[in-house]
Design a protein around this ligand. Structure first.
Ligand code: 13P
Ligand code: ZN
Length: 291
């Protein structure tokens, strides 16, 4: 994956000069800045992917198939002919925030989903390689395609507050971690009603963690990797970030109480049920509910 390719097309080509991509770059800059400021992106921590296939018409997509391909260890047939925007491995979110297009790459998947190629930043060169968590991004992106989901974005961050929770044996099950998170603030069950998936520690950057993540994701829109970080899916990067932000808020409240030497009470089951019912009745009539 580290050798240079003599690409036939690079990102300076006119087909990459699209208003939609400009908006995406602005979003990336904003969210990368938040990730760095929250302390969730030390050094090169964190990465993201976005299915941008829909931004390109059929004729434009024909160009992508001309590249040489790198084989994948696992095939992702539902990603055949997809174009994904992916953050570069080793890139710092604080740098991404300043100049997103320099730190991302485009990955095009071949017709069987068994190989990919990278569209370089400069002609004939691939200076940016996709994140080391490529396997997990591909696995989740494939799952989203199979679900025909409107969600096209996957975000990974080292959310300190949630990582800290997974260091405590009491919260190493899906039920325990979700009861804790829902109990700390009403917005958590409101905006993350399906809770988070809990993935026991697995070596990062492997097909193994990708498969464990898919198994654990289920109907959740976020998962927590034990002692490592989180993955969230969303319609936009901001959407995925918001989910992590809400979850982190709950974890923070828990630790603030503990730091003061107190055990937080948590919302009661009755209060949580009331929020769920309120949410269902309001969401039938209104586009969004808030407390
Ligand atoms: P990359 O720099 O390869 O994206 O790795 C960051 C990370 O958080 C790995 O889990
Ligand atoms: Zn990580």
């Amino acid at each position: 994956m580290t050798r240079n390719l003599n690409n036939l097309l690079d990102r300076s080509n006119d087909i990459f000069k699209k208003t939609e991509l400009e908006f995406v770059m602005n979003d990336i800059a904003e969210i990368a800045h938040y990730l760095w400021n929250r302390g969730w992106a030390e050094r090169n921590a964190g990465n993201f992917s976005m299915d941008v296939t829909g931004f390109f018409n059929e004729k434009e997509r024909e160009h992508f198939s001309l590249y040489p391909f790198f084989p994948l260890t696992i095939a992702y047939p539902s990603l055949a002919h997809k174009l994904l925007l992916i953050s570069g491995t080793g890139t710092r979110m604080r740098d991404v925030a300043k100049n997103p297009s320099e730190y991302i790459c485009y990955v095009y998947i071949n017709d069987s989903g068994s190989a990919f190629h990278i569209i370089g930043t400069t002609p004939g060169e691939n200076t940016v390689k996709p994140t080391s968590e490529l396997a997990t991004h591909l696995a989740i992106q494939q799952m989203l395609v199979q679900r025909n989901s409107s969600e096209k974005v996957v975000l990974h961050a080292h959310v300190t507050e949630l990582i800290a929770l997974t260091q405590l044996s009491a919260f190493k099950t899906e039920m325990a971690i979700n009861s804790l998170l829902w109990g700390m603030h009403p917005e958590t069950i409101l905006f993350v009603p399906d809770g988070v998936g809990f993935i026991p520690y697995t070596l990062p950057g492997t097909d193994h963690i990708a498969m464990a993540t898919i198994r654990g994701l289920g109907k959740h829109k976020a998962i927590v990797w034990e002692k490592h970080g989180c993955m969230a899916i969303g319609n936009t990067l901001a959407d995925a970030f918001d989910t992590l932000d809400i979850l982190a808020k709950s974890a923070k409240i828990y630790f603030m109480c503990k730091s003061a030497g107190l055990d937080p009470e948590g919302l009661t089951q009755g209060q949580l049920n009331e929020i769920r019912c309120f949410h269902h009745s309001v969401s039938d009539t209104e586009p969004a509910a808030g407390i």
